[in-house]
Design a protein around this ligand. Structure first.
Ligand code: SAM
Ligand code: SF4
Ligand code: F3S
Length: 465
């Protein structure tokens, strides 16, 4: 397993105990342990970090106790993520005492705003780098070895991201493909434009080349990544679009399924919906965050659209792609959110029948306008609203999943659990399916008849033709 990844808050990890003493032999090959927090973009960056470090002779280790280098690729989307990152780093202090040569580094989104302050809060840190400098990891490590002093390498925004970065991917069949860096939408609650910089799209040919390469390595499923992926290519000269990119890459031999994340409703143009409807490899899955079900809130979030606009868009999408799996993100307890406005959000989950939704209570973030808005809600109230919303999200997800009962779904098999002789895979709509089967089916597309569902998973039986 390459990375520990969570969506939102860091996982609670059991306390480190019984630290093994490293002997000379164990330290001959250098080992790196990377823990990744946050979104898929961070996950993809960690795969590149590992690729770069492998070129420097580092091998992966699952256990921090065996590592010569521990890297945390951090997320800053919510306040508690930062505090828990600091707590998490504290757990490595005893390892550093045992092995003074151990190098501990933090990359990703938190250093982009905390910078050298992180060194003050975590004195046993050696390396602080960000989303714009992770590709310099090998040089930063050389510099650290030479000077034996902590290094902080933060740049607000690079002019151009390097294309030639080696990658060691966690998945064997599915690959993340970053098509766009940064975000220029500046929603009033969101820190991403400040931690990732303004939008920079990669050139279509470079993306197609990367996909040809992963296809040649045997990958069959890809997810294109961008924070506001529906504006992909608008900043290029000549300009292009996500719809055009999907057409360009569609016929790459070996790729069977294509998905993309994350769509902003205001930028979802007809050519993209048409491309999704026309191109068979593009899966019936759309993550289209609504964030709130009230026009006043949407305005103050600077989402630039109304609930009615979203409703028309969803109608258009469902008319052209009837089996689309639709998912969303929601924030509850945005500054000034009234009970009535909150109920609008709850109601929208039922109205749009989301297959699933990521939900979070609003967290003020540095530099963002909403952090300065008046009428911040108490944590208790935000937490109450979050519980109410989560319950409705689960109810609606269960209803949506029940619609699959009796259906035959095409499933890409991802893993096998030997103990239970259980296979786990995903439908084209990105739903997780469990069913019995042999390990040799991992990586294959199989048909599964669904006979049981929960809000988060489907259970089925393989259909043998
Ligand atoms: N680019 C995507 C979009 O436009 O919807 C989302 C990217 S963001 C990494 C993922 C989600 O985190 C957002 O959709 C939002 O729901 C949530 N989020 C962002 N800032 C937040 C904040 N300050 N407090 C709580 N949740 C937040
Ligand atoms: Fe954040 Fe908005 Fe950009 Fe999404 S579109 S990353 S929510 S600023
Ligand atoms: Fe977190 Fe940065 Fe992604 S803040 S959600 S890791 S872009």
């Amino acid at each position: 397993m390459l990375c520990v990844v969570y969506q939102g808050d860091p996982p609670m990890t059991p306390p480190l105990t019984a630290l093994p003493t490293l002997n000379a032999q164990e330290t001959e090959t250098k080992h790196v342990h990377i823990e990744t927090f946050g979104c898929q973009m961070n996950k993809s960056d960690s795969e590149k970090m590992l690729g770069l470090l492998a070129q420097k002779g580092y091998a992966w280790t699952d256990t921090p106790e065996q590592a010569d280098l521990i890297l945390i690729n951090s997320c800053s989307i919510r306040e508690n993520a930062v505090n828990r990152l600091i707590g998490h780093l504290g757990r490595f202090k005893p390892l550093k005492r045992k092995n003074p040569d151990l190098i501990i580094g933090v990359g990703g989104c938190v250093p982009q705003h905390e910078k050298e302050a992180l060194l003050k809060r975590v004195p046993h840190l050696d390396l602080v780098f960000g989303t714009q400098t992770y590709h310099k990891l090998p040089e930063l490590l050389d510099e650290f070895h030479q000077n034996q002093r902590p290094i902080v390498s933060i740049v607000r925004q690079v002019d151009e991201y390097p294309e030639e970065i080696p990658v060691i991917r966690e998945g064997k069949h599915h690959a993340w493909i970053t098509v766009q860096h940064g975000c220029s939408a500046f929603c009033t609650f969101c820190i991403v434009p400040y931690t990732r910089g303004q939008q920079q799209s990669r050139k279509p040919e470079a993306i197609a080349e990367e996909i040809r390469q992963v296809a040649a390595e045997g990958y069959t499923e890809i997810t294109l990544l961008g924070q506001n992926i529906n504006t992909y290519g608008w900043d290029l000269d000549p300009g292009t679009s996500l719809g055009q990119l999907l057409h360009l890459i569609h016929d790459i031999e070996g790729i069977r399924r294509i998905r993309f994340l994350t769509s902003h409703p205001i930028n979802m143009r007809d050519d993209l919906i048409d491309a999704m409807a026309e191109l068979p490899k593009v899966c019936e899955f759309l993550h289209l965050p609504l964030q709130a079900g009230d026009n006043e809130l949407l305005k103050r979030m600077r989402r630039n659209h109304t609930v009615e606009f979203y409703a028309e868009l969803v109608d258009k999408i469902r008319a052209k792609i009837p089996h689309i799996v639709l998912t969303s993100d929601f924030i509850v307890g945005f500054p000034g959110e009234t009970e009535e406005q909150f109920m609008g959000t709850v109601e929208s989950v039922r109205r749009f029948a989301f297959d699933s939704a990521n939900t979070a209570s609003y967290s003020p973030r540095p530099k963002t306008p909403a952090a300065r808005f008046e009428e911040q809600l108490s944590e208790e109230e935000k937490s109450r609203r979050l519980n109410v919303l989560n319950q409705v999200v689960r109810e609606v997800a269960l209803q949506q999943n029940r619609r699959h009962l009796g259906e035959i779904q095409e499933v890409m098999v991802e893993s096998h659990d030997a103990e239970r002789n259980n296979l786990k895979g995903r439908t084209r709509g990105n739903k997780i399916v469990h069913f019995e089967g042999m390990p040799r089916l991992v990586g294959q597309l199989v048909d599964v008849k669904i006979f049981d569902v929960t809000p988060n998973t489907l259970r089925g039986r393989m259909v043998v033709s």
